[in-house]
Design a protein around this ligand. Structure first.
Ligand code: NDP
Length: 324
């Protein structure tokens, strides 16, 4: 009997991934992406990996037979994709299956931020409706607003279609203008921020997007402005945002993602015009199961049929070399 393909799972991942992999492969689990945790025999034999979190260059270097790293999530910034590409290793992510869930959450965060629904619920639960009367009117409204989407990709498009249903005009900024959308394009983030009063960030974590939502962009967004970030915390200058919310440079912000998760800057916790969620935009059972299945499906497709389903642009290999 031929030996089963060995798949490495470093760190925590949704157990559904491991259950699926156990059906066809030998799964090797280690606590984190630390090459010192591997036996020499496993290190030599491991041909695939499934990861939710980090997979660094040191681990890649330790695995001479590695062909594929299947990453859980559409953002794959935890995987050293440059090191993988240099070795010809295919990295896959889980695009599309979470678009609607994340877009729903972005809209929920926007409404909560603007209409203060979490605070209103707390008012009721604390007995203040009975004791003090009606919850104060929300100073902000979605009515009459225009939205700018920073990153009109798969999820950005799903957010835009929802905003259309709310009667909110949409504009966007990306590096390349899209010819296939009816939305107004701004070639710079600052011009977009100046033209709208809701700015929704849904860009990946890359060298180019680091702290791009800074004091200048927040000033352009203006005193009625609302910032929503469902992409990566990396994209926002935290100090500039806390200052802008404290001094009224912008009106409010809603964040699902942070620089140093699960740590949230203490200044954010004290700001009444900020709504915070703990990176839950895709976090429903149905969507996380679909993401888990796509991780497993990529590895099964690669090792059983010689095909990658969703390789990332940096490692665009669709077919395995040689006979599958
Ligand atoms: P896509 O790759 O489909 O879209 C990314 C968009 O960002 C594209 O429109 C791209 O356009 C734009 N973009 C990339 N770099 C820049 C830049 N430097 N300046 C301006 N625009 C840029 O990705 P998805 O929509 O599938 O996902 C986006 C990100 O959302 C993920 O990478 C992930 O980090 C985050 N995410 C967060 C979740 C959460 O739980 N909060 C859940 C899912 C995703 P162009 O290339 O033309 O610039």
């Amino acid at each position: 009997m031929t030996e089963k393909v060995r798949i490495l799972v470093p760190g925590v991942i949704r157990e559904r991934v491991v259950d699926r992999l156990n059906e066809r492969f030998t799964v090797v689990r280690i606590e984190r992406d630390d090459p010192a945790l591997l036996s020499p025999e496993d290190a030599a034999a491991i041909a695939g990996a499934a990861v939710s979190g980090t997979f660094g260059a040191a681990l890649i270097e330790r695995l001479p037979a590695l062909e594929m790293i299947a990453s859980f999530g559409v953002g794959y910034d935890g995987v050293d994709v440059t090191a993988a590409a240099a070795r010809g290793i295919v990295v896959t992510n889980t695009p599309d299956v979470l678009n609607d869930e994340v877009a729903d959450a972005a809209i929920g965060l926007l409404i909560n931020t603007v209409r203060r629904l979490p605070q209103a619920e707390a008012w009721l639960r604390e007995g203040r409706w009975v004791g003090e009367g009606a919850f104060p009117l929300s100073p902000l409204s979605l009515r009459g607003r225009r939205a700018g989407i920073y990153g009109l990709g798969r999820i950005g498009m799903a957010i835009a279609s929802r905003l259309k249903g709310f009667g909110i005009p949409v504009a966007y900024h990306t590096r390349r203008r899209r010819e296939d959308v009816p939305y107004l394009y701004y070639p710079s983030l600052e011009e977009l921020a100046a033209a709208v009063d809701i700015l929704i960030a849904i860009v990946p974590k890359t060298a180019e997007t680091h702290r791009t939502v800074d004091a200048r962009i927040l000033r352009a967004l203006g005193p009625n402005g609302v910032l929503i970030n469902v992409g990566r915390g990396w994209t926002v200058d935290d100090e500039a945002l806390a200052a802008a919310l404290a001094d009224g440079t912008i009106a409010a912000a809603g964040l699902d993602v942070f620089h140093d998760e699960p740590n949230v800057p203490p200044a954010f916790l004290d700001l009444p015009n900020m709504t915070l969620t703990p990176h839950v935009a895709s976090a429903s059972v149905v969507t996380r199961n679909a993401m888990a299945d796509l991780v497993a499906d990529n590895l099964v497709a690669w090792f059983e049929r010689g095909a990658a389903l969703t390789p990332v642009p940096e490692t665009p290999v669709m077919r395995r070399a040689g006979p599958a």
